[in-house]
Design a protein around this ligand. Structure first.
Ligand code: ADP
Length: 446
């Protein structure tokens, strides 16, 4: 009967829902990994020093460039600042062919430099000294604000010849080979740092940057005296932005106690197996796939889509994207079923009412787990920062478009960090504007 079936399904998904003691364990492991990372002991958290020691002070003026690589689009921005505030912005997207994304890194950087020239010359700025901030959203080791060694390519990029090289040096050399502009590369950062800095222009209490898009990462303002990895001379900095690189949280196995068979299969279907463990639980690239894996399993076990149809294309990895999860979740919010039906029909499935409920339930459980995991880590950060008010600046399409993540996160954090006041704001385009802003900070500190 339906009741027995429902009970079975609830049981099968039970491990995706955490008990209070599992939540505490995740919390403890995150704290411990953060401490190890910051003390330079082996840890799945890189806790990278970004060397961004302060935010804008309101004196920044003039034109700044930003180059944004690693998101969905490669973009160049020109930002005009007056009193540390953006007053004008020009953006252009450039296409990077899949052919350029995998292969020679030198060729890729030559193309980036070509785009910079094209943009700068189009604005008639070839003779102007333009400070540039480079958003390079890949894991890197930073030796200073303008030295970032690429640790590994991720997402759709793979140019092995430049792994372990300094991305700033590669960009400067490519710009020099052209020699047709006066662009000065001042800083390298990732989208998370850009988001924090961009958020700080909207809300002065901003102390955490969070990305929930294709991937996920967070950074925060740490007390400088707690930071051991600091290769440049110190100048009495009180704080510095630490890039946690939390996408890799658990890559060393410390989070295995939450891993289910669904996660193992999601991992097996991913581009780089056994890495980005945490990201695979929470980010846009993977939530749809986890749901798909669960649905495929339930189908094979005879608990779903029992009619005379076969969910053929739903069995293909990658076929259920996270934007569809948002649409199904919207049905749950509205108490409706039209999106869910439409999506399943596109897969050639004619669902009955029970099927629809089950699909919605799976999307809810998988989405909710992501919200709880993010909340657990954010709550740990709030406790660590320990300021009266902390604003969390967020960017990324998953956060923006998923109809329930934000609501859940705002509900969970007060339960997990009851003594800490926080706000969440959208920092649109932190990876673009933020880079130009960091270039301005770097220019001032120079
Ligand atoms: P980036 O690639 O720089 O992270 P975005 O922040 O725009 O760029 O994130 C894009 C990702 O967000 C997509 O890969 C997809 O996983 C997810 N996404 C896009 N639209 C939606 C949506 N409506 N609901 C949930 N997730 C979405």
């Amino acid at each position: 009967s339906d009741d027995v079936k429902r009970q079975k399904i609830v049981q099968k998904l039970a491990r995706l829902q955490f008990s209070a003691s599992t939540v505490r364990k995740i919390q403890d492991v995150f704290v411990s990994e953060m401490n190890k990372g910051i003390h330079q002991q082996p840890s799945s958290l890189q806790m990278e020093n970004t060397y961004v020691p302060e935010l804008l002070d309101g004196t920044e003026e003039g034109l700044y460039l930003a180059l944004d690589l690693g998101g969905t689009n490669f973009r160049i921005l020109l930002l005009e600042l007056a009193h540390g505030t953006p007053i004008r912005e020009k953006v252009k997207k450039y296409h990077i062919s899949s052919d350029l994304r995998v292969g020679s890194g030198i060729r890729l950087f030559d193309y980036l430099a070509e785009c910079v020239s094209d943009f700068v010359i189009a604005h008639g700025l070839q003779d102007v000294e333009l400070p540039l901030g480079f958003t390079f959203s890949f894991p890197m080791i930073q030796h200073s604000l303008d030295i970032g060694i690429l640790v590994t390519w991720t997402k759709t990029f793979n140019c092995p010849d430049v792994v372990n090289e300094d991305a700033v040096k590669l960009l400067r050399e490519a710009l020099d080979r052209r020699g047709d502009t006066k662009v000065k590369v001042m800083a390298i950062l990732n989208d998370t740092t850009g988001t924090l800095v961009q958020g700080s222009t909207l809300d002065h209490d901003t102390a955490i940057g969070l990305i929930l898009g294709t991937g996920s990462n967070a950074c925060y303002l740490e007390r400088a005296d707690r930071v051991e990895h600091w290769e440049t001379e110190r100048h009495g900095e009180r704080e510095v932005i630490i890039d946690i690189e939390w996408g890799a949280f658990g890559d060393n196995g410390v989070l295995d106690f939450i891993k289910t068979d669904y996660d193992r299969e999601n991992d097996a279907n991913s581009l780089i197996v056994n890495s980005f463990t945490f990201e695979k639980y929470i980010s846009g690239k993977y939530l749809g796939e986890i749901v798909r894996v669960v649905l495929a399993k339930l189908t094979k076990e005879g608990l779903l889509f029992i009619g005379d149809h076969t969910p053929g294309s739903l069995l293909v990895p990658g076929n259920l994207t996270t934007d569809l999860i948002s649409d199904i979740e919207q049905d749950s919010v509205d108490g409706g079923d039209s999106n869910t039906k439409e999506i399943l029909m596109k897969f050639g499935i004619v669902p009955d009412e029970e099927d629809i409920k089950i699909v919605q339930y799976v999307c809810e459980v998988v989405s909710n787990r992501a919200a709880l995991l993010v909340s657990i880590c954010l709550a740990v950060l709030l406790k660590r920062i320990d300021k009266k008010n902390v604003t969390i600046a967020v960017d990324g399409s998953l956060y923006k478009h998923h109809p329930r993540l934000e609501t859940w996160i705002k509900q969970y954090i007060p339960l997990l960090a009851p003594d800490h006041k926080f706000k969440m704001i959208h920092a649109e385009d932190g990876s673009g504007k933020g880079a130009a802003l960091v270039a301005a900070i770097a220019q001032r500190l120079h």
